[in-house]
Design a protein around this ligand. Sequence first.
Ligand SMILES: [Zn+2]
Length: 213
Amino acid sequence: MTAVSTPATGATGLSPGQVAELRERARHEAGPFVDPHLAQRIRVHNAEWASAILGHPFPGQHRITWPELYLLHIAAEAEPSPPPPPATAAAARHRAEQETARAAVEQAYRQQVEEWEQLAAGLGRLGVRAEVRHNYTSHRHLGHYTQGGDHIYLLDDLHIGRLRRLAGRVLCFTRSRARNLREFPEPARDGRPPTCRACLTTARRITTRGAVT
Ligand SMILES: [Zn+2]
């Protein structure tokens, strides 16, 4: 048995034994002179595949010997559709994964924006104008409510059932949290949706059950 120096790249589906046979054939069949008609027709699948067949890095179709080119020719006949080259396939997979992740983030953001539009409209029907404001008081996070997040800021007094909030406060405002909910100097102007879960939970509750007075 002759040692087979095919790199284990997975770029060819041919077995080491098949590649060895093809090399043997090429040695016998290629002859010393280039067959120009055949040479024109030879198509190398890809560099990784050619390297696996040759057993050394493929430097390009015009920089290999005629017997090597002939070897690639009969190998391409033996394997008309090789597996996708590993590096190329891995890069494509990576790109696809990144694209999917990016699309998921965008989709989630679009859904948040849409939900906020519906909540703001619902609050409007209750006679309460609201906008998104960032909390500049603190950037610490406490339990389920986000101090540094983007809250639902009320421009009108809200009085629904037992829930009362004055204009100029955020929907998640309570006396115990007052110290951490002081600084809401300006509305967010970039169209961002609120991220405060306490604000969102309350807004969903009061807009879905409607006005309870
Ligand atoms: Zn809030």
